[in-house]
Design a protein around this ligand. Structure first.
Ligand SMILES: Nc1ncnc2c1ncn2[C@@H]1O[C@H](COP(=O)(O)OP(=O)(O)O)[C@@H](O)[C@H]1O
Ligand SMILES: O=P(O)(O)OC[C@H]1O[C@](O)(COP(=O)(O)O)[C@@H](O)[C@@H]1O
Ligand SMILES: [Mg+2]
Length: 523
């Protein structure tokens, strides 16, 4: 069935500059403005999606046979939906059936059991009266129609990359969500990350086998870096008859998930690929915050507190606490702001220097004179260039291709000792605490547990509804389905020009180490 573009469609005004190259852009159009031949009659009850290529932009026009045509073109020329793919994009004849949740005892009383196809989440919520409506994502949640019969589902779950509090909660809630909400019984655990698809046996996951795992840190399924081989993974997905793949992992993992989705689409097989973003560093773009982050910040308080107790109890005590954060200093920034015992926070985004006016040595000396102790919180990725320079270290990478970091904490400890003892002839009491793995190996706290539950359930609803190649996560507090490319194309970093960093500088009164050039580069 062909869609004829008429004058209304020709009036779609999507400038190239407003189009992110990697994602599908939807322009919602009233059905009356577009002429579709027999659009609503040939395939009753299925949500219809058609792609129209125009001016090198992919414009997705969506209509549903229940008459829910999304938004109004004339009024919303600047309304953009960054939509996620759907199985019917490449399997147009896929049948849908009513969502069994309608009959569930728990959900039957919900006022609106199902998320309307028109519900979207705005990426930007601080607007002015005349602001364009801007980018939106599809709201996550259960849909009236599903594209999988429960007995047909063979799901699998895999966890990749570094640890993070809450991974086990996500695993548990995917298993329980599939079983309790949709009656799915076949759920496989892929062990040891991506390579587990082709190098290990799977394990059966049941609500009983995962019942207590949220109380433990780590991942019940084990994890790994490297080993992503798209073809081997998709071969195994096919061989095992898997049709829903839940992938829990960070930016690297989500890039891998995008590759798997692309290959699944190329092969034209009915497999929904759902990504659940995981990172202790909170470096994933678009989403408000990654799960486990709050738990890690809370755990970091214990280390900062210990450092403070130690240095407060001695003459000229200098405490250094090293926290995780490869490229993003969110943990260090939040832990500092929460603690109030920290005198200085160093993060990868903010270059610093040691010697001279406005430098770190000068600041430490002043604080020691004032308080006789100082606590410094350090993100592991801070000052890497100086450490590399002074140690003449070669660039090393882990199995996934991530840069292996040099120990900036040890380096700084030595620099302080050399400067204060040898140059300034001041005795200092150095206490270096490195709790990096401790803050990510703990079980998730209560609020992260609830967050993980929502992520898992949203992923299950999305896959059952036939969405694929998506990542799920909160955008301005509402859970949304986000194209994977949007969360991998850039990393979330601390913006030195945002008010949060200003709050930190105001709370510690540390030097900003900034000149206007650096500020401009970072903004
Ligand atoms: N660009 C990529 N394409 C495909 N797979 C990738 C890519 N980057 C990383 N991966 C795979 O994703 C997994 C986890 O990546 P890693 O960077 O270690 O952790 P994280 O996902 O937490 O960032 C590894 O198995 C790695 O091989
Ligand atoms: O020693 P490992 O397990 O490779 O992990 C260390 C790295 O993992 C991180 O926690 C980030 O991991 P992810 O990329 O998996 O999110 C970094 O902060 C840290 O440098
Ligand atoms: Mg990563």
């Amino acid at each position: 069935m062909e869609i004829t573009l008429t004058s209304a469609a020709q009036s779609l005004s999507l400038s190239r500059s407003s189009v992110p190259s990697t994602s599908l852009i939807s322009k919602f159009t009233p059905i009356s403005s577009l002429s579709f031949t027999n659009f609503a009659t040939t395939k009753q009850f299925s949500v219809r999606r058609r792609l129209i290529r125009r001016q090198n932009c992919l414009i997705k026009v969506q209509a549903s046979t229940d008459g829910a045509i999304t938004a109004n073109q004339e009024q919303n020329d600047d309304f953009i939906l960054e939509d996620v793919p759907h199985l019917t994009d490449f399997l147009p004849d896929l049948p849908a059936c009513p969502n069994p949740l309608k009959k569930s005892q728990a959900y039957a009383i919900v006022k609106r059991t199902f998320v309307s196809p028109e519900d979207v989440v705005a990426q930007k919520i601080v607007v002015q009266k005349d602001s364009p409506r801007g980018k939106h994502f599809r709201r996550a949640g259960p849909r009236a129609k599903v594209y999988f019969q429960p007995e047909e589902v063979r799901a699998c779950i895999v966890t990749c990359g570094g640890l993070c509090p809450g991974i086990n909660t996500v695993i548990r809630e995917i298993v329980c969500g599939l079983k309790d909400m949709y009656g799915v019984g076949e759920i496989l655990g892929i062990q040891g990350g991506y390579r587990g698809f082709y190098s290990k046996n799977t394990i059966q996951l049941t609500p009983k086998s995962v019942n207590d795992i949220h109380k433990r840190g780590g991942t019940f399924l084990q994890t790994s870096r490297g080993g992503h081989d798209t073809n081997k993974i998709v071969d195994n997905i096919q061989d095992r008859g898997i049709n829903q793949v839940y992938i829990i992992g960070g930016d690297g993992t989500q890039k891998g998930a995008a590759e798997i989705y692309k290959e699944v689409e190329r092969r034209g097989i009915k497999v929904a690929v759902a990504g659940i973003p995981k990172t202790i560093d909170n470096d994933i773009a678009v989403i408000d915050k990654s799960f486990g982050f709050d738990t890690a910040v809370e755990e970091a308080q214990r280390a900062i507190n210990a450092a403070h107790v130690e240095v407060e109890s001695v003459e000229n005590g200098v405490g250094i606490v090293k926290l995780m954060g490869r490229y993003s200093g969110f943990i260090a920034m939040h832990a500092t702001l929460a603690s109030r015992d920290v005198d200085c926070c160093l993060i990868p985004e903010s270059p610093f220097y040691l010697e001279g006016q406005g430098g770190l040595f000068e600041f430490i000396e002043e604080r020691l004179k004032e308080n006789s102790h100082i606590v410094i919180v350090l993100a592991e990725g801070a000052g890497q260039e100086y450490v590399a320079q002074s140690l003449h270290a070669a660039d090393e990478k882990d199995a996934s291709g991530n840069k292996l970091l040099l120990d900036v904490g040890l380096w700084l400890t030595q620099k302080f000792k050399d400067h204060f003892t040898k140059v300034r002839k001041m005795g200092i009491n150095m206490k270096y605490i490195d709790p990096t793995y401790m803050i990510r190996a703990v079980p998730s706290n209560a609020s992260d547990n609830i967050y993980c539950t929502l992520l898992a359930q949203s992923a299950v609803h999305g896959a059952m509804a036939g969405f694929t190649g998506f990542t799920v996560g909160p955008v301005n507090s509402r859970h949304a389905y986000i194209p994977i490319s949007r969360v991998t194309e850039a990393q979330n970093t601390v913006k030195l020009t945002d008010r949060m960093w200003a709050r930190l500088l105001a709370s510690t009164n540390q030097p900003s180490f900034l000149n206007s050039e650096v500020v401009q580069e970072n903004s």
